[in-house]
Every structure is written in structure tokens, then in C-alpha cells.
Ligand binder design. Structure first.
Ligand SMILES: Cc1cc2nc3c(=O)[nH]c(=O)nc-3n(C[C@H](O)[C@H](O)[C@H](O)COP(=O)(O)OP(=O)(O)OC[C@H]3O[C@@H](n4cnc5c(N)ncnc54)[C@H](O)[C@@H]3O)c2cc1C
Length: 380
């Protein structure tokens, strides 16, 4: 049961997504990183005017100050629109970037980096993954190195698949130091920081694409350290749990949207003298999809409630990420199947949702990794 305030906000966001954000969606935007930036700017102004901007942001940073349980409801609604999370400024990677800065930033870093992110004036990326033999599933394989230099640090490294990295204003990344892994924050116009390409992936609507980045003798000052020196791995963990849960929230909305479109299709399309929706195999796909979404929602909301009580959700967030990423994939896949050729075409967003769901089993920790650690913790 939702309280009245959350229900009213949910309705407002739903109305905004249906009437403002969805009409702006178009296949041309899906892979156009620059056009997405422009559309996003327009939508944010409208979201602000509608009083729905920054649901997760504290009020002093211009947001609505919602807790995780409330965010679960609002992020799902925003996620129904391909541009919804961007419009509300609760899309990755900046939603977890803002969280990281809120928790770890000094006052000066908050003013310089967090403020512009909350106002939607700048974009950032979080650059962890590296090509082999660097960090992928195993963060302990991190190769990027930061060595002490005059007045700061000299960084060398190679990063890959960095969401939002194209035309980002600054990057947050971990690097090895003598004291252990340390998080750094660096403007992307720093000499030695170079984006080498936008890596094409199956995903769409990713503001800033997926960048490959080289750090070559990149000199950064002492105040580029984010959080404590040597505590980078601990800081990253702090980011990852809420980040993956937020992904689950938005993806439930995405899958719900695909299901709405598929349901409309089967209720208007006939085959062999029957309406598709009258066929039992179609009905089973619809029922199974609602079961998947209902179970996903319950898992996410329980996890969110625990996070609001500051209870550790190590196991719960792993189980939720595994289940939801696979469930939304099943839902999107059934939607494609129910819609025949239209389902794999770009005439609706269903094909994009189906493609977007697939990588979710890989990022935020591959599901195999979560299963392995979950089982180890349980057996211990
Ligand atoms: C769309 C997208 C966006 C991304 N955005 C970012 C970003 O913004 N920033 C960033 O730093 N990274 C990002 N990544 C990278 C992502 O974090 C990595 O892909 C992920 O950590 C896995 O690393 P890898 O790709 O190197 O896979 P590898 O480490 O090479 O693993 C390959 C496969 O091996 C299997 N595997 C791994 N470990 C185990 C295990 N213990 N047990 C069993 N099987 C295992 C899994 O099936 C895994 O998929 C993104 C990736 C994608 C696809």
C-alpha cells in the first residue's frame, strides 16, 4: 500500500511520462548521444516545472528528498519512458555519481561537481572497467596506477565500456596507489585524459554512450582524491548496492512499458479467426510476465525498505539484481514474441527494451558472480 503523498507523486510522474516524455521518444534519438543531451535539457526544464525533478536528491540540492521505498515507486514510473529517468535526473551513471559525491565529497568537491550534476548542467561517468588484464568482474585486477607527483598524482590507465563517457565533464575512477585503491575525480579536459571511441553496444538511450578512455601521464592535483586514500574498494561497494537496486527499479518500468504495448497488440490482432489475446499460449505469456514483474517489484521494495532502515542488503540486493535482471529479460522477450515482426522492428520501443535488458545480466556485477558470492556467504 502506498501512502497518499507517494501515490499522488506517482500519478504526476505517470502523467508527465505519458504526455511529455514519451511523445519526444523517437528511434533517431536512441543512439544519438549529442541529440540525447539536447532532448534531456528540454525535458529537465519541464520536469522541474512539474515539480518532479530529482526525486532521490536531498531538498537542499534541489530534489524531492525521497527515501529508497518512495524512489522504488517513482523510478519505476520514470523508467516507463525511455527518456523518463534522464528527464527527472535519476538516470545512471549520474544518479549513483551524485550519491557517491554526497557521501564522499568534501565541501569544495560538492560545490564544484555535485552542484552542477544536480542542476543538470554537467554530466559525469564512473570509470572502473578495463580491458584484459585489467579490472572486469574482478576489481582486484585493477591496473590503473596513480603515483605521487609534485603537487598531486600522475595517473596512467585504460578504461572501457564507460557509460556516459562521451562528452562527460568529469570522471570518477579508481586507481592503485601505494596506500591501496583510491578513488579520484578529474575534469575530462585535464591533459592526458583522452576519450578514444564510443563503443557501439546493443543498448539505446544511453546519454554519453559507452566510452573507451586512456589516461596517459595525466597529472591531477591532491584535491582530486575522493574519499579516503586507500579506501577506494570500500567506497565503490557503497556505491554499487544502491546503484544496482536503482537499475532494478527503472527496469521494472521499462518491462512494464513493453508489456503494455504487447497487450495492446494482442488485443487488436487476429490470427486463424481468433483474437491473439483469446489464445491460451498468449494468455500464459501475459500472466507469466505479470508474475515476473510482481515478484520483481516485491523484491525491490523489500530491499528498499531495508535500505531505509540502514540494514545491510548484501544478500538481498544480490538476489534482487539476479532475479530482476532475468525477469525483465523474460518479460521483454515474451513481448517481442507476442508482437511477431513488429516486436523486433524499431516501430515500437519493445525491441529497444529487449536489447537494453540483456546487458543488465552483465553489468552491476555479472549474475554468475552474484550467485557465486551469494552461495559462498550462505554456506559460510
Ligand atoms: C551496457 C554496459 C554499460 C557499462 N557501463 C559501465 C560503466 O559505466 N563503468 C564501468 O566501469 N563499467 C561499465 N560496464 C562494464 C561492466 O561493469 C563489466 O562488463 C562487468 O563488470 C563485467 O566485466 P567484463 O565485461 O570484463 O567481463 P569478464 O570479467 O570478462 O567476465 C565475463 C563473464 O565471465 C563470467 N564470470 C565472471 N566472474 C565469474 C565468476 N566468479 N563465476 C562464474 N562466472 C563468472 C560472467 O558470465 C561474465 O559475464 C558496462 C558494461 C555494459 C555492458
Amino acid at each position: 500500500m502506498l501512502d497518499e503523498k507517494t501515490e499522488a507523486l506517482r500519478d504526476k510522474v505517470r502523467h508527465f511520462i505519458d504526455t511529455v516524455a514519451i511523445p519526444l521518444e523517437q528511434p533517431a534519438l536512441e543512439k544519438d548521444v549529442a541529440a540525447l543531451d539536447v532532448a534531456c535539457g528540454q525535458l529537465r526544464a519541464q520536469a522541474r516545472a512539474a515539480g518532479i525533478y530529482g526525486p532521490q536528491l536531498p531538498r537542499e540540492w534541489g530534489g524531492l528528498g525521497l527515501n529508497w521505498s518512495e524512489c522504488a515507486v517513482i523510478f519505476e514510473e520514470a523508467g516507463r519512458g525511455m527518456l523518463g529517468p534522464l528527464a527527472l535526473n535519476c538516470a545512471p551513471p549520474d544518479q549513483p555519481n551524485m550519491l557517491t559525491l554526497l557521501h564522499l565529497g568534501t565541501e569544495a568537491q560538492k560545490q564544484a561537481y555535485l552542484g552542477p550534476l544536480t542542476r543538470g548542467e554537467k554530466r559525469a561517468c564512473f570509470a572502473m572497467t578495463e580491458p584484459a588484464p585489467g579490472a572486469g568482474s574482478d576489481p582486484n585486477m585493477l591496473q590503473t596506477q596513480a603515483t605521487r607527483d609534485k603537487n598531486g598524482w600522475r595517473v596512467n590507465g585504460h578504461k572501457k565500456f564507460i557509460s556516459g563517457g562521451i562528452a562527460a565533464d568529469f570522471a570518477i575512477f579508481p586507481a592503485r596507489t601505494d596506500e591501496g585503491v583510491t578513488l579520484f575525480i578529474v575534469p575530462t579536459n585535464t591533459p592526458g585524459y583522452r576519450v578514444t571511441r564510443d563503443i557501439a553496444t546493443v543498448t539505446g538511450y544511453q546519454i554519453g554512450g559507452h566510452a573507451e578512455i586512456l589516461l596517459e601521464n595525466c597529472h591531477i592535483p591532491d584535491d582530486a582524491v575522493l574519499g579516503e586514500i586507500g579506501m577506494g574498494m570500500k567506497h565503490i561497494q557503497l556505491r554499487l548496492e544502491p546503484a544496482r537496486l536503482s537499475h532494478c527499479m527503472r527496469f521494472i518500468g521499462r518491462a512494464r512499458r513493453a508489456l503494455e504495448i504487447a497487450q495492446d497488440y494482442v488485443q487488436t490482432r487476429d490470427a486463424f479467426g481468433s483474437r491473439l489475446s483469446d489464445l491460451q499460449q498468449i494468455q500464459a505469456m501475459i500472466a507469466d510476465s505479470h508474475i515476473d514483474l510482481h515478484a520483481s517489484r516485491l523484491m525491490v521494495r523489500e530491499c528498499a525498505t531495508l535500505m531505509d532502515r540502514a540494514v545491510s542488503v548484501k544478500n538481498e540486493s544480490a538476489m534482487t539484481k539476479i532475479f530482476v535482471s532475468e525477469a525483465v529479460g523474460r518479460v521483454a522477450d515474451r513481448c517481442v514474441q507476442m508482437m511477431g515482426a513488429l516486436g523486433v522492428s524499431d516501430d515500437t520501443v519493445v525491441s529497444c527494451i529487449w536489447r537494453e535488458a540483456r546487458p543488465f545480466r552483465i553489468y552491476d556485477g555479472a549474475n554468475e558472480l552474484h550467485r557465486a558470492f551469494l552461495a559462498k556467504r550462505i554456506l559460510r
